[in-house]
Write a protein that binds this ligand. Structure first.
Ligand code: HCA
Ligand code: CU
Length: 380
């Protein structure tokens, strides 16, 4: 997997999430946080979507962020004319190429699509602005049609072509195949936009990169149309296991949690309990066997290092699956002194109570303390 880049679309795809409504201030706050995190591109809602969308796009362009600012438009001159006046660094153009979209959405044939693509691309290029051409619903499009249009736009000199799994139907092998094939016909960079309807958005992003794609569209927590796209955080988790040095040098991973909380609050959701990296239990180890090994060497049961993200691991010891090593470490934390055999004895008591009901830390601590008093007070 080569050096990848992130096109962050919380302020475009993410605005298509059911709960999303971003005020201008919130958009600016999110754009700054994304920039600070280190994303390569920030993609914004089309300036023709609404009057305020256009003004917000212009305002974000004026912030002077390090990330390049993109806006996302239909393959249409009316949209392109407005987009190039906003101050963006690049324009992402998309048009539906599947039979579904050609029939039920815009109703155009491939010839018309090619003609308007050429017109829009040449126009945007003439303004000295980056241009990406993408086919919506790529995986349900005719492969010959697809490769033809990509070849055409590559020849005119787009900066990138995009593949979009608009309905989330693709599996990792299909993504790999399509990217590989596309790579053999175009010379520009390849970007992938992957929806998560069947839970494959992260895996698909990874195989896209393996096959030679360079850019992945993401949003914070994966928010977007329906259940969204590849989440930024999950992609970071996937990629740090592939190329740790690169990911650490490029992205401020310790800002991930704040970034996710910012967006979660803005769209009134909680960070999912099982979210990669930031889910509340992502670095919690529970079973006694796990706890023992984690205490000896965290890598035994951790592929991600919580400190890379400014987080800490936690040993969950207040339960009946616990083991004496976990309890011993709690005893040490409490600054008490018990022998290994005594730790085993007190662990048995904890397990007994844990069989009866859910335990909390106080339960365990008082069992330990009572036991400690018992064994350290000489019998009369
Ligand atoms: C949509 C458009 C899009 C565009 C993706 C892209 C998709 O249907 O809302 O520009 O590559 O999923 O096809 O988000
Ligand atoms: Cu999308």
């Amino acid at each position: 997997v080569g050096k990848f880049q992130v096109i962050e679309s919380t302020l475009r795809e993410g605005e298509q999430f059911a709960n999303a409504f971003f005020t201008t201030e919130k958009k600016i706050e999110i754009a700054k946080a994304l920039d600070d995190f280190g994303v390569d591109y920030i993609e914004l809602t089309s300036p023709v979507a609404s009057e305020q969308s256009r003004k917000d796009c212009e305002a974000i362009c004026k912030l002077g962020l390090k990330a390049k600012i993109l806006t996302h438009i239909r393959c249409h001159m009316d949209d392109a004319r407005v987009a190039v006046e906003t101050g963006v660094d690049g324009v992402d153009v998309v048009i539906g190429t599947s039979q579904f979209l050609r029939k039920y959405s815009h109703g155009k044939d491939m010839n018309y699509i090619a003609q308007s693509a050429i017109e829009v691309i040449e126009f945007v290029k003439s303004k000295g602005i980056e241009i990406r051409f993408s086919s919506e619903d790529s995986f349900r499009s005719d492969i010959v049609d697809l490769l033809n249009i990509y070849r055409t736009v590559d020849k005119i000199g787009v900066n990138r072509v995009g593949i979009a799994d608009t309905v989330g139907c693709a599996n990792p092998r299909q993504v790999y195949e399509l990217v590989k094939t596309l790579k053999s016909v175009v010379s520009c960079d390849i970007e992938c936009h992957l929806h998560n309807d069947t839970g494959c958005a992260v895996a698909n992003a990874y195989t896209a990169l393996e096959a030679g794609a360079k850019l992945i569209d993401v949003s914070v927590l994966g928010i977007g149309e329906r259940n969204g796209i590849t989440p930024l955080g999950a992609l970071m988790a996937r990629m740090i296991t592939a190329d740790r040095e690169y990911v650490l040098s490029k992205y401020k991973l310790h800002k991930l949690r704040d970034l996710e909380n910012l967006v979660a609050d803005a769209v009134q959701v909680n960070v999912p309990f099982n979210n990669p990296i930031t889910g509340f239990c992502a670095f919690t180890h529970k079973a006694g066997i796990h706890a023992k090994a984690i205490l000896a060497n965290p890598s035994t049961y951790e592929i991600l290092n919580p400190s890379d993200f400014g987080l800490t691991r936690y040993i969950h010891f207040a339960n009946r699956l616990t083991g004496w090593n976990a309890i011993k470490s709690r005893v040490d934390q409490l600054n008490l002194h018990l022998t290994d055999d005594q730790c085993k004895e007190v662990t048995a008591k904890i397990k007994q109570l844990g069989d009866v009901r859910q335990l909390n830390i106080d339960d365990v601590d008082s069992i330990i303390k009572d036991f400690h008093t018992e064994v350290s007070t000489p019998a009369l």
